[in-house]
Design a binder for this molecule. Structure first.
Ligand SMILES: [Zn+2]
Length: 280
C-alpha cells in the first residue's frame, strides 16, 4: 500500500504535480457503486463482514484504511475521466482494480473502478463510446464480465496469456502474449492493437490501465519488458491519443516490488510522459 504515497511524493518532488493541477476526489457516491456492484457485497466489505474465503481472494487484510481507500479510489477514476474530457489528459495515481466483479473480489481488487467510471461517464456525460485499454500484465477479467452487456464500453486487454487469472473472461478484444516477451515485440503488439481499436471504435474517451507489472523484474509478471520499454509504451499510447485528439484518463493498475521506491518510480512514468507530451 505504501507505493501510493511514495508515488505522489515522487510527482510532487519532481514538480510534475503541483497545487494547480492536483485534484482530490471525495468518497465515491453510493449509487455509482451500486450501479456496478452488489449493495450487499459493498456493505459487508464496509463493515468487515466479508467471509475469510472472500478476504483470501482480496489478498489484503481488512482495515478502516483499506475501506477508505477502496471507496475513494473509484471516484478518483471518475474524476480523472471528467478532467480528461476537459483537459485532454488526466492521471489518477491509483485505480485499475480490474479483477473485481459484481460481488466477488480478486487479486487486490474489491471495487472495479473502470466499470464504475464507464457507467458514470456513459450516463452523466452522455458519451457514445468508451475504450478501456488495459495493459496490465493480467487480464482485465472483472471489467470484461461487468461490461459484457454494455456495447458502449469496449474492453480491450493486452496481457500475458499464461498469467493470472487462469480462467479468462471474454473481453471485446483480448491479446494474449507469450511469456518473456521483450520490448520491441511488446511495443509492436500495443501499438497495433491501439491503432486498430481507435480506428474501429472511434471512442470519445480512453481509460488507460498502465500496469507496470509487464516489467521483467516484476514478481507477478512473466513478461520481459525493460524500464525503458515501459516508458516507451506510455509515450506511444499517449502520443497516439494526443495526435488523434482522443481524451485519455490513466490509472496505475498493477505493479509489485519489495523496493517500493523503485516501484513508485515505475508507476510515475505514465504521468511523467503525460506531463512531457501535454505540457505544451
Ligand atoms: Zn496486474
Amino acid at each position: 500500500m505504501s507505493k501510493f504515497g511514495l508515488l505522489m511524493d515522487h510527482l510532487n518532488e519532481a514538480g510534475i504535480a503541483c497545487s494547480g493541477n492536483r485534484f482530490r476526489p471525495g468518497r465515491c457516491r453510493q449509487e455509482w457503486l451500486h450501479a456496478v456492484h452488489s449493495p450487499d457485497y459493498i456493505e459487508r466489505f464496509r463493515n468487515n463482514g466479508l467471509t475469510s474465503r472472500e478476504l483470501k481472494r482480496v489478498n489484503l487484510p481488512w482495515s478502516e484504511g483499506l475501506v477508505r481507500r477502496t471507496l475513494t479510489s473509484p471516484a478518483g477514476t471518475v474524476l480523472a475521466a471528467q478532467l480528461a474530457l476537459h483537459y485532454g489528459v488526466a492521471c489518477h495515481q491509483a485505480g485499475g482494480t480490474h479483477h473485481a466483479q459484481y460481488d466477488v473480489a480478486a487479486g487486490f481488487c474489491i471495487i472495479n473502478d473502470l466499470a464504475v467510471t464507464s457507467h458514470v461517464l456513459l450516463e452523466r456525460n452522455r458519451l457514445e463510446r468508451i475504450l478501456i485499454f488495459d495493459c496490465d500484465v493480467h487480464q482485465g477479467d472483472g471489467t470484461a464480465r461487468l461490461l459484457a452487456d454494455e456495447p458502449r464500453a469496449i474492453t480491450c486487454s493486452i496481457h500475458c496469456g499464461r498469467n493470472f487469472p487462469f480462467t479468462k473472461a471474454l473481453s471485446d478484444v483480448d491479446v494474449a502474449l507469450p511469456d518473456g516477451l521483450e520490448d520491441d515485440d511488446y511495443l509492436n503488439e500495443v501499438s497495433n492493437c491501439l491503432h486498430a481499436q481507435l480506428d474501429r471504435w472511434q471512442p470519445d474517451l480512453v481509460l488507460y490501465a498502465a500496469g507496470v507489472d509487464i516489467y521483467a523484474g516484476d514478481p507477478l509478471g512473466r513478461l520481459g519488458v525493460s524500464l525503458e520499454g515501459i516508458r516507451q509504451r506510455e509515450a506511444l499510447v499517449l502520443e497516439t491519443l494526443k495526435q488523434r485528439g482522443t481524451p485519455v484518463a490513466t490509472v496505475i493498475a498493477g505493479g509489485y516490488d519489495d523496493d517500493r521506491q523503485a516501484l513508485a518510480r515505475r508507476h510515475a512514468m505514465v504521468t511523467e510522459e503525460a506531463a512531457r507530451l501535454y505540457a505544451s
